[in-house]
Design a protein around this ligand. Structure first.
Ligand SMILES: *Cc1c(COP(=O)(O)O)cnc(C)c1O
Length: 467
């Protein structure tokens, strides 16, 4: 029976939390409780329920940030009430958002003779959705001009089979045919030689992945640009590139500024990224920028009032807290280029240390050693004589608190099970050493154990690798 305050005299302000009525009774869970409970007790109950979820810092499944400086956290907590869409009410917040867009446009080498335009979003999913919508609308407008029957066929989008699920959502929501260029053992990213097999007059654009979520590898975007440059010379309708830089967009500019993947390339018209991945902000922030206003059709722009006038917005969401934008601005102001570079370089060094140590066990074939994105990804070698699988290893590591997923690669490669470690800013070399110690212990335990859990038919679990 659910507790009701009438059953007993109420607690007093000095009743210890674990002496309160609520701490000793069943609390309402699926329907609202009848009475209110004290805030300190509610806090404790909730905090305690969440305690067993694992330590986010040891969750090496995710690219999303699990650490911010206390000053950033304080600032964000103090600005939770600001609504990011209220541009006139919070003009200085809006100014900070615009500064972030400008800094990113600079980081991504937006040409000086063009007028870039961009916005914050909730994450890369919303940002990719906007990039995709712009390509669809622009394609339709241009296809009509070129005399193409826009209703004869569904428009299509070309992307490698290593895509992140947000692109599937985009294609489903917007009724686009998703054309997948398959990956294979020789092509662990977009197979540029095959791209034109999938492109026609109904192609709204090609997506380049700067960081395949599965493996951390980069598509060869420079080669893709050169290919489309040739194609576009004679095409009825030119095909643009959107870069999904969810993870790489805020990593590569600091670590490998010479790599050409951004607005330096002629056919790259828009770029999206997740501020909450290597932008080092807690989840809830993404960015998308178009190289020039030309690439964002007017139909997608809505005006909101701003300082007595109006300003363009193009987000899908309306109200949300501005605190993530402010957190991003804090990081930009606080870290500067050199701060980001130091953090990312250290993160990469840790990834490469991990991959060396993992390779040295002799058991694993390394797919990504941290050379592209700072993630380490590997599978068991074909000829190793062990009875356990990567799923067993993941379970063993979980006993020590480390969350590291094992999962199958995408279509064509789905029989390959890999394990992926995402290194982030808050994984220090010292922690990485502890991890290697735990990994060796786990391998040793498994080698000496009777592994019974998986019979002939083990299901390929998939959780945890998609972000
Ligand atoms: C993580 C990721 C996304 C989705 O990003 P969110 O910010 O979580 O919405 C999209 N594309 C790629 C390549 C990703 O790695």
């Amino acid at each position: 029976m659910l507790f009701s305050r009438k059953d007993r005299l109420g607690d007093k302000y000095d009743t210890p939390v674990f002496g309160t009525i609520e701490s000793g009774s069943e609390v309402a869970k699926d329907v609202l409780g009848k009475d209110s409970i004290a805030p300190n007790v509610a806090y404790q109950l909730i905090k305690d329920e969440l305690m067993n979820e694992g330590n986010a810092r040891l969750n090496l499944c995710t690219f999303c940030q699990t650490y911010m400086e206390p000053e950033a956290t304080k600032l964000m907590a103090e600005t939770l009430e600001k609504n990011a869409i209220d541009k006139s009410e919070y003009p200085q917040t809006t100014e900070m958002e615009n500064r972030c867009v400008s800094m990113l446009a600079d980081l991504w080498n937006a040409p000086e003779d063009m007028k870039y335009i961009g916005t914050s979003t909730v994450g890369s999913s919303e940002a990719c959705m906007l990039g995709g919508m712009a390509m669809k609308f622009r394609w339709r407008n241009r296809a009509k001009e070129a005399g193409i029957d826009v209703n004869a066929k569904k428009p299509n989008l070309v992307i490698s089979s290593g895509y992140q699920v947000c692109w599937e959502k985009f294609c489903v929501y917007w009724d686009i045919e998703m054309r997948l260029v398959p990956m294979d053992e020789e092509h662990m990213s977009l197979d540029v030689d095959k791209v034109l097999d999938y492109v026609d007059d109904y192609t709204i654009g090609v997506v380049g992945l700067l960081g395949i979520t599965y493996t951390g590898k980069f598509d060869d975007i420079k080669a893709l640009d050169a290919l489309l440059e040739e194609y576009n010379k004679t095409a009825k309708i030119s095909v643009p590139i959107h870069i999904d830089g969810a993870s790489g967009g805020m990593f590569v500019p600091f670590i490998d500024p010479e790599l050409e993947w951004d607005f330096r390339l002629k056919n790259v018209v828009s770029i999206s990224t997740s501020g909450h991945k290597y932008g080092l902000v807690y989840p809830g922030i993404g960015w998308v920028i178009w190289k020039d206003e030309e690439y964002l059709p007017k139909e997608l722009i809505f005006e909101v009032s701003y300082l007595g006038g109006s300003m363009p917005t193009m987000a899908i969401n309306f109200s949300r807290s501005a605190s993530q934008v402010i957190g991003q601005y804090y990081n930009f102001l606080r870290l500067g280029f050199e701060g980001y570079r130091q953090i990312h370089q250290r993160t990469k060094d840790v990834a490469m240390y991990l991959s060396r140590e993992i390779e040295a066990t002799g058991l694993f074939k390394i797919y990504n050693d941290g050379e592209n994105l700072p993630i380490v990804c590997y599978r068991l070698k074909d000829d190793v004589n062990v009875e356990w699988t990567l799923y067993d290893l993941a379970d063993r590591l979980a006993m020590k608190g480390w969350q590291i997923p094992a999962y199958p690669l995408p279509i064509n490669l789905q029989n390959t099970i890999i394990q992926r470690i995402v290194c982030r800013a808050d994984l220090s070399h010292d922690m990485a050493e502890l991890f290697i110690r735990d990994l060796k212990m786990a391998i040793n335990d498994l080698n000496n154990a009777n592994v019974l859990v998986h019979g002939k038919k083990q299901e390929n679990k998939k959780y945890g690798f998609t972000h």
